[in-house]
Design a protein. Sequence first.
Length: 314
Amino acid sequence: MPFTPFHLGPTFLIGLLLFPSLDLASFLVAGVIVDVEPFYLMSQRGPYLHGFFHSYLGASIFGVLVAVGMYSIRGGSQRILELFWIQQRSSFWKILFTSLLGVYSHVFLDSFLYWDIKPLYPLELNPFLNTVSAYSVYGFCGISFLLGFVVYAYRAVKARMSGRPIGHVSGPMNRLIIALLVVVVVALGSWLWMSLPFFGEPELRVNLASTPPGEVSPGDTFEIVVEVINEGGGELRNLVIRLEMPEGFADSVTGINTRTVGPTSLHSRDGFGQGFVVTVSKNIPLGSYTLRVTVTADNTSPQTFSPSVKVVKK
C-alpha cells in the first residue's frame, strides 16, 4: 500500500488545495478504497497482495463505483463536512472525475513499492518499481498530511472570521495555495535527494522469507519469497534475482523451471520482497529435489540459496 492511512496525506492536501474544484469527500474515500483488495487477498492467504485492482484499468472500476456511491449519499457526506465548517455541492461529473483521480493516485504511489503491482495491466511490467525509495514515498505522504492540516486550519479560521463556511477561494487563498504547492515540490525533492546514493558503498542482505514446504505432492503449489535489503550507503545497481529448479517444477509467470527478475536498482536502506509461485507437475517422479535462488548485483558478492523439497505421494 503505503500502509493505507498514509494515502490520506496526499489526497487530504491536494483536495484542500484544489477545493472546491475537487469533491473533497470523494477524493479522500477514493484514495484509500483500493486497499480493499490486499485486505481481501490477505484473508484468502493468496500468494499476492496486489492484483488487478491495483492497475489503472482495475482501479477505474473502483473509481466509478466510488462515484456512484458518493453521489447517492452526497447529502450525508455534506452534513459530515459541515461539522468541519466545509460546504460543497458537487455534480456527478465532478465526483466521477475526483474519484478516478483518487484511485489513480493510489495506484501511482503503490507502483514505486511493490513487486506484485502491474499498474499498466494488461502489460506485465512496472517501470516505476524502486525508482524512488520507500523512505521517500512514506515521507512525502507524511509531510503532505501535515501540510494539509495547515491548509485546513488556515481556511477554517478564515471561514469562521467571515462567518461563512469554507466554500470559495479568495485572493489571499490563491497566494497561499501557490506557496504551499512550492513547499510540496521542495519537500518531495528533499526526500528524493536524501535517498540518492552520494556516499558509501551498497551492502546486500538477502533472506528467504518463505521457503518451500518440506514435503509436497504432484499438482501442489507453493511460494518462495526472497527478501532483498540494501543496508549500505550506496545504491545497488543491476540487481538480479534468478530462480532455477529441476524439471517438473514451473514458475507461475514463465511457465517453465526458471525465472529471472531484474535488473533493477535498490536505494540505500531500502528493500523489497520478490515472490515466486511454483507449481509441481502432476507427472513428476517422487523423490528429493534441490532448487536454487541466486541474487547478484554490481559491486557485491553473489548470494545463493539451495532449499530442498521432497515430492511424496498424496
